[in-house]
Write a protein that binds this ligand. Structure first.
Ligand code: NAP
Length: 550
């Protein structure tokens, strides 16, 4: 039943407001409502639950965490009541899973769909966050929790002439729900990140012609996706506790260990055999073959060269193979894609690769794309697989203003400043699930989300138990944490990928700051647990009377 429109003046007050109904928002609602007994309202821009998996319906959309690990582990009932069909879950299956979660936990009744938040202001005198949606609905609550995802604000390249294009332009992150019929079409796809690498083989199957416009060549590992058999499904259910423990103790939240040896301490044959085994097994674990792939350039070079050799082996045309293998950054310093037949796709007669690093796109014309050299590519459909204004984009477009009208936009003008990626100085009672400064995108996301949701719920329970009204990151703590996040990044090779979205470098004008915490999920979990156990050092709390004068 659609909700009746509420007159603009009528504000609804809750104990907590949550923005977003993906993995994070769903669990946060459950944790606050069903464990703490709070009155919670979730505001969701889409017309259904799912978050990332609601919007990203592009061809080939699939998760690159293995399905048995890409699920909620807080509830045995959820674990036992769901079966994944494939090693890597496809977008429609993940969406079905999240709908199953919403139904099983009876979450829908506390979610308002079609509610895009455009303003969220801290009202100091009232001790409330006052939130307004695009259609003028108003809500208030002492606690505001963002569950808006790290990759949800699309990055659309500003290429001149787009408005004149006679065909259709689609961004993968805002894909039409009715799908796109590529039959008989000449398709141009810009972008070779995880998304483009997943989409290309599927588009190539359907289209008359696919031209992939590559600015930066990328590594990719075969996913080796396959249907899951009953024995595996049974094993995953019977061993849920062990899988959970493995994910919680791993640096990346995945249920596989990181190698203990250096890539440089073994013989060339042994190293090759280890990489080969990982390549044949498929998936993200290749980067964990040896302990120093992400920290030692020489070790990384061995993995990078192994993958380049595979590209040259798979792709038959030497010139195309050379362009695909000419990768300018160390392996896994940008999020490493996994694929199903990506490099093989370039052996098809209807697929071409165009190097737009050498010959950049000059403009979109009514009939296609023109490059700087004057070369024209006639197209019927353009696909932007150009990624996201990651980690901060979705937070900055909601009009968030903290104490004294401080806009989050201004507070983060030089890059995001948080304490633990969870709170921002000057923004009392605002919690940012998987916010910048937390491990988030460097991990298996549901693991990072569960840890944040539970920490936030425990924190709010603590405040209520102590009769406290507000909690806010201290300026010094945020200063120290940002420095630590930088140190953690600099201890890895990741900042060497100068154009990665981890650094905000994919969005023109965005501050170049390494945003996720690279110190490891297990270490981060321990830090957060210690902070809570010590009574929240680095955070300033205030009682109800003190709040007004704080
Ligand atoms: P992305 O990794 O940021 O890749 C965007 C691609 O578009 C890059 O090749 C980039 O080139 C290119 N590009 C951007 N702006 C351009 C411009 N103006 N002109 C030409 N090329 C341009 O985005 P994504 O592939 O959507 O992936 C984002 C993240 O989402 C992934 O890293 C991953 O974390 C997540 N994801 C996960 C899955 C999964 O679970 N399987 C699937 C898809 C996405 P440059 O490299 O030169 O900037």
């Amino acid at each position: 039943m659609p909700e009746a429109p509420i007159p603009p003046a009528a504000e609804q007050t809750f104990d907590a407001l949550v923005i977003g109904a993906g993995f994070a928002g769903l669990y946060q609602l459950h944790a606050l409502r069903d464990r703490l007994g709070l009155r919670v309202r979730v505001l969701e821009a889409a017309d259904g639950v799912g978050g990332t998996w609601w919007w990203n319906r592009y061809p080939g959309a699939r998760c690159d965490s293995e399905s048995h690990a890409y699920a909620f582990y807080f509830s045995d009932d959820l674990l036992q009541s769901w079966d994944w069909s494939e090693r890597y879950p496809q977008q429609p299956e993940i969406l079905r899973y999240l709908n199953h979660v919403a139904d099983r936990l009876d979450l829908r009744r506390d979610i308002t769909f079609g509610a895009r938040v455009t303003q969220a202001q801290w009202d100091e005198a009232a001790g409330l966050w006052r939130v307004v949606t695009q259609d003028g609905r108003r809500y208030a609550a002492p606690f505001l929790i963002t569950a808006v995802g790290c990759l949800s604000s699309t990055n659309r390249p500003d290429i001149p002439g787009a408005a004149d294009f006679a065909g259709a332009i689609h961004h993968t992150g805002e894909w039409p729900h009715e799908g796109v019929d590529f039959t008989g079409k000449r398709v141009g796809m810009i972008g070779t990140g995880s998304t483009g690498i997943q989409a290309a083989p599927v588009i190539a199957e359907a289209a008359a012609q696919l031209t992939v416009f590559q600015r930066t060549a990328n590594y990719s590992i075969p996913a080796r996706n396959r249907p899951l058999d009953d024995a595996f499904k049974r094993w995953a259910k019977e061993n849920a506790a062990e899988i959970r423990a493995a994910m919680h103790s791993a640096p990346n939240g995945h249920p596989w260990p990181v190698g203990s040896r250096s890539a440089l301490e073994v013989s060339a044959e042994e190293r090759e055999a280890a990489f080969r085994a990982a390549w044949e097994k498929g998936g993200l674990a290749l980067r964990a073959t040896f302990r120093d792939i992400l920290t030692d350039r020489a070790a990384n070079d061995t993995a990078a060269e192994f993958i380049r050799s595979r590209i040259r082996e798979v792709v038959k045309d030497p010139a195309t193979a050379a362009k695909l293998a000419e990768i300018d950054h160390p392996f896994a310093t940008k999020r490493p894609p996994i694929d199903t037949g990506y490099f093989e796709t370039f052996n098809r007669d209807n697929v071409a690769l165009v190097d737009i690093r050498a010959d950049p796109i000059e403009r979109i014309t009514p009939t296609g794309l023109r490059l700087r050299s004057g070369a024209e590519h006639a197209l019927d459909v353009i696909v932007f697989a150009t990624g996201f204004d990651a980690m901060t984009g979705a937070l900055l477009r909601m009009g968030i203003e903290g104490r004294g009208g401080l806009a989050l936009h201004d507070a983060w003008a030089a890059g995001p400043r948080t304490q633990l990626g969870l709170q921002v100085p000057g923004f009392p009672n605002l919690f940012t699930i998987t916010g910048p400064g937390s491990p988030s995108v460097l991990t298996n996301m549901p693991v990072a989300i569960e840890q944040h949701v539970e920490w936030i719920a425990d924190c709010i329970a603590h405040l209520r138990a102590k009769g406290l009204a507000t909690i806010e990151a201290s300026d010094q703590a945020a200063e120290d944490w940002v420095a630590h996040v930088n140190d953690a990044a600099n201890a890895t090779l990741m900042p060497q990928a100068g154009h990665s979205w981890y650094l905000g470098a994919n969005v023109p004008g965005k501050p170049r700051v390494f945003m996720p915490y690279a110190g490891g999920m297990a270490r981060y979990r321990a830090i957060c647990a210690e902070v809570a156990a010590q009574g929240y050092p680095g955070f300033v709390t205030a009682g109800h009377a003190a709040r007004v004068t704080a």
